[in-house]
Design a binder for this molecule. Structure first.
Ligand code: ZN
Length: 321
């Protein structure tokens, strides 16, 4: 992937990932009066650190000129390498609620503990449950320690450039977007992507991240900006159109679920199989299930669906009088 040219002192580095889709993560360097602010850094590993250092050299940027690394969210492709950069003396910043999720980031058996319990209730078969139980923390996630800086919404302190944090949970509970007033660019992490809609997870029976996600999209719509620089893929030059498309995508999927349910009572697992009839590998099956559950929770909250808590939970459409 080629790097795209951005004006106003912004450098883009597409950094390789250990998988093919997406094959790259976008790293950005924003010039300030006395150094650079870096957004996201890729996965952990000597190979990826060397690649990053080479790309920085090509851009004539020294590691010691980077005065802050900001992670948009707590996924390994965005912050896996953070500890290596901290060892070079670069302070690391995440949104303030990230401290609540550090243990889950570093230990994937904790990360999927609640999902295991919830999946069982939603009718998932033994094979699926044992797949969840066998997930271990991959080395590309690295170890992430408590950040040096915990960001809050609004202008980022102790830097000269006017960068502000917008809290945009949905794809991840601690996801932020960064608005640069000089260039009118929003760095969106994985909250807004050009081609695919980001995966919206279900973590436990309480979370309603699809609702958070839609609210976060509307939040970005209301901020004046011209361009979105996403965490993967190309620059988005028609951001409002893209946001509308993403909202529509989720609306259609919700409508599809209501249609599939009809007069039936089905478990989350059964609905997933109707919604995704193609055979999926273990990872994609888990993602499909988690996202279906996110929709079910969203529709329950909107009083479109009813959740019957039984031995195996079932869902049904609420009949309108
Ligand atoms: Zn990502």
């Amino acid at each position: 992937m080629k790097n795209f040219k951005l004006s106003n002192g912004i450098t883009h580095i597409p950094l390789e990932l250990p998988w093919t889709s997406p094959g790259f993560v976008n790293v950005y360097l924003i010039e300030d009066s006395d150094g650079y602010i870096m957004i996201d850094c890729g996965v952990n590993g000597e190979k990826y650190f060397s690649l990053l250092k080479n790309y920085l050299k090509e851009e004539n940027i020294e590691l010691n000129e980077i005065k802050l690394l900001i992670g948009t969210h707590m996924h390994s492709d965005h912050i896996g390498l953070s500890d290596s950069l901290r060892n070079e003396g670069i302070p690391f910043a995440l949104y303030k609620n990230s401290v609540d999720f550090l243990n889950e980031y570093n230990d994937w058996s904790l990360r999927f503990k609640d999902l295991f319990i919830y999946s069982k209730k939603e009718g998932a078969p033994k094979s699926f449950l044992s797949d969840i139980q066998s997930i271990t923390t991959p080395t590309y996630a690295g170890k992430v320690k408590k950040p040096d800086v915990l960001l809050d919404e609004g202008k980022i302190k102790n830097i000269n450039r006017d960068l502000s944090v917008i809290f945009t949970p949905g794809h991840d509970q601690s996801e932020i977007s960064i608005h640069d007033s000089k260039s009118k660019v929003i760095f969106s992490g994985d909250h807004i992507l050009p081609r695919i809609t980001p995966f919206i997870p279900t973590i436990d029976s309480e979370s309603n991240l699809l609702n958070d996600f839609i609210i976060s999209l509307e939040k970005i719509e209301n901020i004046e900006h011209e361009t979105i620089a996403p965490g993967h893929g190309k620059i988005i030059n028609e951001p409002h159109k893209r946001i509308r498309q993403m909202i529509l995508h989720h609306q259609r999927r919700s409508e599809k679920i209501v249609e599939l349910l009809g007069n039936k009572k089905l478990t989350g697992w059964e609905i997933t199989n109707l919604l995704f009839p193609r055979k999926l590998d273990a990872l994609n099956l888990r993602l499909a299930f988690q996202e279906t559950l996110a929709h079910l929770k969203y529709l329950e909250n909107k009083k479109v669906l009813k959740h019957n808590i039984e031995k195996y939970n079932s869902w049904e459409v609420i009949k309108k009088a």
